[in-house]
Design a protein around this ligand. Structure first.
Ligand code: GUN
Ligand code: FE
Length: 424
């Protein structure tokens, strides 16, 4: 580990809690060996020897977290959007993922994806691979090389796949064990158990995954929950003994603290209470939920009830990799839900500051850091240069952040730091 003393200067904005923005104009973040030592208006004398980078009038925020996306769907971004979930999986997702039996292809696509994430300011992810172990290892290599941290999972699917995208129960279990052993000592990207969703996994497989989860208590679980009404009907047919979808995971020991469940569009009060009780995280993926016409998740209600919520791009159900786009989509759909959901008094739409927290602070917490820029945490930050946008001297700093969230593009990102190291 380098113990370099560094200091970066700019207009610092972060969210320590839902809806709370902290704005520190013209301030310094000091790091030592990549670890934050403090934020200061003037660089303190004791840090006078620091290597400094002055970003002038630019805006520095925590980098983004994407808690749900599918790496092998990157080549089908923006395809198949006339379909709903189950048809889309069969016609687009499964054939695309099947191509990742080819390690050379995986290397090419995953190298691009890893850089695309970093270039858009995403430095922490919970990411699905395909069922292929070799391609999953390649994905982890490429993410680490680019500086993307978090969790990646080899997908489990031993039923209802396609001829070219399916594994036997025995293969699935053996490959998962090998995948964990090969990757558990990585520094930046750790393994996560990834049963695709209940219809993809036999009861025998779920049971074995539950055993693995118990053997490796530090390895979390990620999957999908209550995304689409046809999917939910199917789950009910497959598990008539379970009153609700979540119980199909709970039955096998996969519903536990830090389990990540994407979507939760149709999670009702009982399912949400089960999430809160177990410490399961809901990942809101608004762009996916509109693109493949799944619905609008009750985010305001989940937040009010104290369910842990973070945000995901869910590419390629979602068509946008940038978490800035995901944040604005979350705001838009929350307004539609507020307008047309019949609960105007209870479900106020999301504000910009709230959406900003959900793509930064919420995910920071999932990964064991504290929201914002906290002393002792490693620096994960994005530096925005908004001079490419129209000059508007009337804007204050939080308005400039709002405009960046709505309009920001790759070219407006000047620098990205992950684990204290500047990556672009
Ligand atoms: N449910 C099971 N697999 C998938 C997937 O690949 N994408 C989405 N959005 N939902 C799923
Ligand atoms: Fe998904």
């Amino acid at each position: 580990m380098n113990e370099r003393l560094e200091a970066i200067k700019g207009n610092i904005i972060y969210a320590e809690a839902l809806g709370e923005l902290t704005v520190m104009p013209d301030s310094w973040i000091v790091t030592e060996g990549g670890i934050i030592r403090g934020i200061f208006g003037e660089l303190p004398e004791r840090y006078a020897a620091a290597e400094t980078t002055d970003y002038g009038d630019m805006i520095i925020t925590p980098s983004f977290t994407d808690l749900h996306l599918h790496a092998p769907q990157y080549p089908m971004l923006g395809l198949g959007m006339d379909l709903e979930l189950l048809g889309w999986l069969n016609k687009y997702a499964f054939p695309t993922e099947a191509m990742f039996s080819d390690a050379g292809y995986a290397r090419r696509v995953y190298s691009k994806l890893a850089h695309a994430l970093i270039e858009r300011g995403t430095t922490r992810v919970c990411i699905f691979s395909s069922l292929h172990r070799e391609a999953t290892n390649i994905l982890m290599d490429e993410l680490e090389k680019a500086g993307v941290t978090g969790y990646a999972g080899k997908v489990n699917m031993d039923r209802n796949g396609s001829k070219e995208l399916i594994e036997t129960t025995e293969e699935s279990v053996a490959e998962t064990r090998l995948f964990i052993e090969e990757n558990k000592d990585r520094k930046l990207i750790k393994p996560i158990l990834t049963p695709r969703f209940t219809p993809s996994c036999t009861n025998e497989l779920m049971e074995e995954l539950g055993k693995i989860a118990a053997e490796y208590p530090d390895i979390p679980v990620q999957s999908h929950l209550s995304e689409n009404t046809d999917e939910m009907k199917w789950v009910k047919e497959l598990h008539p003994d379970c009153a609700q979808y979540w119980e199909t995971y709970d039955k096998y020991g996969l519903w536990k603290n830090r389990t990540v469940m994407a979507h939760c569009v149709y999670s009702d009060e009982r399912e949400r209470a089960a999430m809160k009780k177990a410490g399961v995280w809901a990942v809101h993926c608004p762009d996916s939920n509109t693109c493949i016409a799944s619905g609008i998740a009750p985010v305001r209600t989940m937040l009010k009830e104290g369910v842990k919520v973070a945000m995901g791009s869910d590419i390629a159900g979602g068509a946008k990799l940038s978490m800035l786009d995901v944040a604005t989509e979350a705001i838009r759909v929350s307004k539609l839900r507020w307008l047309f959901g019949g609960k105007r008094d209870e479900e106020r739409f999301l504000t910009v500051a709230e959406a900003f927290y959900l793509i930064t602070g919420a995910g920071q917490e999932y990964f064991g850091a504290r929201p914002g820029f906290c002393i002792g945490d490693r620096l994960h930050a994005v530096v925005f240069d908004d001079r490419g946008m129209a000059d508007n001297p009337r804007m204050n700093l939080s308005e400039r952040l709002e405009r960046i969230i709505y309009l920001g593009e790759r070219q407006d990102i000047k620098a990205v730091y992950s684990e204290g190291i500047r990556r672009i």
